[in-house]
Design a protein around this ligand. Structure first.
Ligand code: HPA
Length: 275
């Protein structure tokens, strides 16, 4: 067995010691979805540090958990706490939990994030369905030896975000009166925000929103043939390239205000996904 498959098997052995539930849907609880974990019933909570081979958090008390249980009628596995490239993790480390969740049975991955909005129709606190992305991180999780059992050497990326899940989410948003944009997410490393010239460049190359996460996980998910749904919470604006000073607390406040709507939308999507 290859080293990566062995590492996944070792992690799964630990998780199987806690539960034999087989989750169908994985959720990365990024900004705007943090509280969704509270709605998972019959849940088993496994701290990352207990799971062999999982990335170890550098911040004490911020280790994160895998939460496995039921959301409505669906079996889910949620990552409470994610890893960012700017924290110093490698792309392979960031995407390792996703590979473990796939091996446990997950066929769909739902990802949320906070992003800066550049499209002139956006307002702070709006939600944006991601229908495509631009990887500007200068790295990706598939560099290195390829494990054919996980996915192909040269994976197709012609539909990185699942069309049916996009349609389902749009339908629910329309029914429930939720303002939902659709756009292209540019993924940069951060941790600094963008300069005015960088925002202008991102607008010119066709991005609607910009953030520091999601792209590695979506690449790994596509590699493994998982269906992806990605949603950004627009926490600040750089429209027409006009950049106002962003205070990180304002980003957190905007995300917190959107959280109930994002949570409602995603819960309803999960209930209605055909697995
Ligand atoms: N740029 C990058 N990442 C972000 C932003 C932004 O403007 N807002 C929230 N995350």
């Amino acid at each position: 067995m290859s080293a990566i498959l062995e590492r996944i098997t070792e992690s799964n052995r630990v998780i199987r010691g806690y539960t034999d539930q087989k989750p169908d849907i994985a959720i990365i609880l990024g900004t705007g979805l943090g509280k969704l974990a509270e709605d998972i019933k019959n849940s088993v909570v496994i701290p990352y540090e207990k799971i062999k081979n999982f990335p170890v958090s550098t911040v004490p008390g911020h280790g994160g958990n895998l939460v496995i249980g039921q959301l409505g009628e669906k079996s889910v596995i949620a990552m409470q706490g994610r890893f960012h490239y700017y924290e110093g993790y490698s792309m392979q480390e960031i995407t390792f939990p996703l590979r473990v969740m796939k091996e446990l049975g997950a066929k769909v991955i739902i990802i949320s994030n906070a992003a800066g909005g550049m499209n002139r129709f956006f307002h702070r606190g709006d939600l944006m369905l991601i229908y495509d992305h631009i990887n500007l991180m200068g790295d990706n999780p598939l560099i290195g030896p390829n494990e054919e059992k996980m996915g192909p050497r040269f994976p197709d990326m012609s539909q990185p975000y699942d069309k049916e899940l996009i349609l389902l989410t749009e339908k629910i948003a329309l029914e429930d009166g939720i303002r939902l944009h659709k756009g292209i997410y540019a993924g940069l490393t951060g941790p600094m925000l963008e300069t005015p010239a960088e925002y202008r460049m991102l607008i010119k190359i066709g991005a609607d929103a910009v953030g520091m996460s999601t792209v590695p996980e979506v690449i790994a998910a596509n590699h493994m043939g998982m269906r992806v749904l990605g949603i950004s919470c627009i926490t600040d604006l750089a429209i027409d390239g006009i950049v106002e000073k962003v205070h990180f607390q304002e980003i957190l406040d905007a995300a917190a205000r959107s959280e109930p709507i994002m949570t409602h939308l995603i819960k309803k999507v999960i209930q209605n996904i055909d697995i």
